[in-house]
Write a new protein. Structure first.
Length: 717
């Protein structure tokens, strides 16, 4: 499901960049020590600052800040946030390349190895046969490094603005290469999308193409100063003119605690994010409350799990701590976001603890003395466990749930990361959980609340816990939300998709059609309307819906691919077959023109339509062969491409080449009958009747009653 992405307003122009989703990349935005205390009764909290939300305020970029704040600019750009996305440079790269053993992903039979040539990092994917010979190879270069190197460094590639994660990550603590998080369970290869939500938290604002998953006009390099202080154009203009207003830039110290924490919790609050109507990844402004901008949901048991925590769960874990509950502490009590943590002694963090625990006679200090620990030396080593994280392998991280006696930390390889529960989780709003909820919570329309819950449940089902029991919950909550006055493109979308998955196709058609009419500029609703029509065998309606989707957002590649596939379906047995095939060829050609790397099935279908048209004199067989070769160069498991390409060899009398591809097709998918049928033809033409007979018998076993296979057998007899 695609996250809501409304049009950006003018105040969000930025020289930096953003992309969002369902994926958590391996990057740590590290903060560092600041000497402020927790606050005390004789130091009243500052009055809330008026947020800077003027529509005319624009983002200006960090380089402008450097003109007046050179020292802070330099210091900040050595922090994890300042270095969150960078180009690869060999001179300061921590990665090791010599002597690296290729990483084998046994579940998908791919090997991976990294290497560098100058200032370019490459990742190579390949396969080996039983004799150790390479049978497939694919190589791409990294366009960006994502991650400061405090915990991990992952890599992004950019193809015509489509930004994806690469298969390998460098794990800093373990000093090793391994598959990127999640790739052992589902190998995305080079096509895992970096969506707007992912990019937003791991990078500065980037110009995300509305209604696409991962298409960007530009990609920023690092999280900017303005992510915490707000758009700075008024601040800069005021100081240049000599008439700077007092509230032209957000100062975190002048905000109340909820607003201070909201700045950090944009990214340091692990959960499923559902944005308020009219909001998206780019529209939160420092000085606002996060709860006015979004809801963040997570399984109920995640809140109080004593041991398992995620790499970005700082906000949730801290809120469980007595230190947090009984004081006015915030993230900056212990961390200065302008100073890199590298080089800081661990004992320095204890100074923040001593801001509250100052009396040597207090119970806390006495306990330290009893066990022979210097209470001023290193509080965190006893009261904040270091353990492997639940979402990122090979990483040891500090649990921010401060406890008198925390559980013993676990090694990263001891952490269970695959969700095995057989019952659905109960999702709760983290911003309404203890420690987050204000004394007077903001009221929300009950319909809107129900719709947000529906979106959260569906997102969790789709990305984390593929259990069908979630679908009735989604359907119930979404219907209730719409009945009680809530409405949103995301709410209607998840209702329609849940109905499709629950085999209520007719109901899905109604919901998605009405949703697409209500939100006529949402390409995703039009796309899924097409899917519902296609499932209901309303092919003409499906074609129109896919065309509508592609017209709204031409870079929604899925719409072009789906359009071509339905047109191919319509061509089968139709007197208008040539017209349908010509339109299908155009749809697939547009898909691969816009994104030539991430859709091998589009190349396969393009080659198939080109070959079919060539048989009628309206196409070109060499062109078809080139498209099929391109499909196989991207995906060696596309059995259909092997068979169609072999058919072209057969037509040209190139029997040896056809046999090689067809044997590989049967190895790739032993249940694909057309591969055996064509292989039988090759054997028959090369005077191997017994082998041919076995192939046609196999076809009949896989597809009983196949007339063509039976006819070949009769001829052989």
């Amino acid at each position: 499901m695609w996250t809501t992405d409304v049009a950006r307003v003018s105040r969000l122009r930025d020289s930096a960049g953003m992309a969002g989703a369902l994926l958590v990349l391996a990057v740590t935005l590290a903060l560092s020590f600041v000497t402020a205390g927790c606050g005390s009764d004789d130091e009243p909290a500052p009055a809330p600052q008026t947020p800077v939300t003027t529509a005319s305020a624009e983002y200006v970029g960090d380089e402008v800040c450097a003109n007046c704040h050179a020292d802070m600019y330099t210091s900040y750009h050595e922090t994890g946030m300042g270095k969150s996305v960078t180009p690869f440079t060999a001179a300061d790269a921590p990665e090791r390349f010599s002597g690296v053993t290729p990483i084998y992903n046994a579940s998908f039979d791919y090997y991976y190895e990294p290497y560098a040539r100058g200032d370019t990092l490459y990742q190579r994917e390949f396969r080996l046969d039983a004799n150790g010979q390479t049978t497939f190879e694919r190589i791409h270069h990294a366009d960006y490094v994502i991650g400061s190197g405090n915990a991990t460094r992952s890599y992004m590639m950019n193809v015509n603005g489509f930004v994806t994660e690469m298969p390998l990550t460098w794990y800093v603590d373990a000093e090793k290469w391994d598959m990127s998080p999640g790739y052992r369970q589902q190998n995305f290869r080079f096509s895992r999308p970096i969506n707007a939500e992912c990019m937003t938290c791991h990078n500065g604002f980037s110009a995300h193409q509305e209604n696409t998953v991962n298409q960007f006009e530009d990609v920023a390099l690092g999280i900017t100063c303005e992510r915490c202080h707000g758009p700075a154009s008024l601040h800069v203009e005021g100081h240049l003119s000599g008439f700077a207003p007092d509230n032209d830039l957000v100062k975190l110290s002048a905000l109340d605690r909820e607003r201070q924490l909201s700045v950090c919790q944009q990214c340091h609050l692990t959960g499923v994010t559902v944005f308020a109507p009219g909001e998206d990844e780019t529209t939160f402004l420092p000085g606002e409350t996060l709860r006015a901008h979004r809801s963040v949901f997570a399984p109920e048991d995640q809140i109080t799990d004593p041991e398992r925590f995620g790499i970005a769960s700082h906000g949730l874990r801290l809120a469980q701590s007595a230190c947090y509950i009984e004081s006015e502490m915030t993230c900056t009590t212990c961390h200065d976001p302008h100073v890199a943590r590298a080089g800081l002694e661990r004992e320095t963090y204890s100074q923040a603890c001593l801001g509250c625990h100052t009396d040597a006679d207090t119970e806390a200090m006495l306990v330290c003395e009893e066990v022979g620990v210097d209470a001023t030396a290193d509080c965190a080593s006893c009261h904040m466990a270091k353990s492997g994280t639940s979402d990122i392998p090979h990483v040891t991280f500090t649990d921010h749930w401060i406890r008198r006696t925390p559980p013993a930390g676990r090694r990263p390889d001891e952490i269970r990361r695959v969700l095995t529960k057989t019952t659905p989780a109960r999702m709760v709003s983290l911003l309404d959980a203890p420690g987050f909820a204000p004394e007077t919570p903001a009221e929300m329309n009950p319909g809107e609340q129900a719709l947000r819950e529906a979106v959260a449940y569906f997102t969790y089902y789709e990305t984390r816990h593929r259990l069908p029991d979630y679908l009735p919950i989604v359907i119930s909550r979404a219907r209730e939300g719409l009945q009680r006055g809530g409405d949103s493109p995301a709410g209607r979308l998840v209702l329609g998709r849940a109905l499709l998955l629950a085999d209520s196709v007719g109901a899905a058609v109604q919901v998605l059609s009405a949703g697409s009419q209500r939100f006529s500029t949402d390409a995703r609703l039009a796309y899924w309307k097409g899917k519902a029509y296609e499932e209901n065998r309303q092919l003409t309606d499906a074609v129109n819906a896919y065309r509508e989707s592609a017209a709204i957002q031409p870079n929604l590649i899925e719409a072009h691919v789906a359009l071509g596939a339905v047109l191919m379906d319509q061509a089968a047995g139709s007197p208008q077959a040539a017209s349908f095939l010509q339109q299908a060829r155009e749809a697939f050609a547009e898909a691969v023109r816009r994104n030539p790397v991430h859709y091998p099935e589009a190349w396969n279908n393009l080659g198939t339509t080109q070959a079919q048209l060539a048989m009628t004199g309206a196409g070109d067989l060499p062109e078809a062969a080139a498209s099929l070769d391109r499909a196989l160069a991207l995906d060696p498991d596309l059995v259909e491409a092997y068979v169609t390409r072999a058919a072209l060899h057969l037509a040209a009398g190139e029997l040896d080449a056809a046999e090689t591809l067809l044997v590989r097709a049967t190895e790739t998918n032993p249940d694909y009958a057309p591969a055996y049928g064509n292989l039988g033809v090759v054997y028959a033409r090369t005077s191997r009747p017994q082998a041919a007979r076995r192939m046609f018998e196999t076809v009949l076993r896989l597809t009983p009653g196949d007339r063509q296979a039976q006819a070949y057998l009769d001829q052989l007899r």
